[in-house]
Design a protein. Sequence first.
Length: 125
Amino acid sequence: MGSLPVVLLLCSFHALTAVAQAQQADASKTPAATLPPSCREEMYPCTRMYSVHRPIKRCIGGICIYSLPRVYVINNEICVRTVCAHDEYLKAELCRELSGWPRRVERSTYKKRCRNRRGNPKNWA
């Protein structure tokens, strides 16, 4: 009677493993999303620094003390981002405006027209 729960446990673990492998196989069969022709994938280093509490055991004589000092860990990874030509152009335009240069792109369709001399009376002597 004691071996019955062990057998059921092993059978259920085997069934769960088979389901997980089937899901991974389905995920690998789906094609990756295609990018528009004006977009590309760009790889860039995304280095992050984060802090963790690492336990340290210090023993003095027969007494051991555990402490949790904060340790900084640097995580070096390579990330991937999708870059489109239109987005790059808008970012360049924003950078240009923030640095004090005039706009290259007219953002509104309304253009101010010059008034003719009859509509613009002289108010100076």
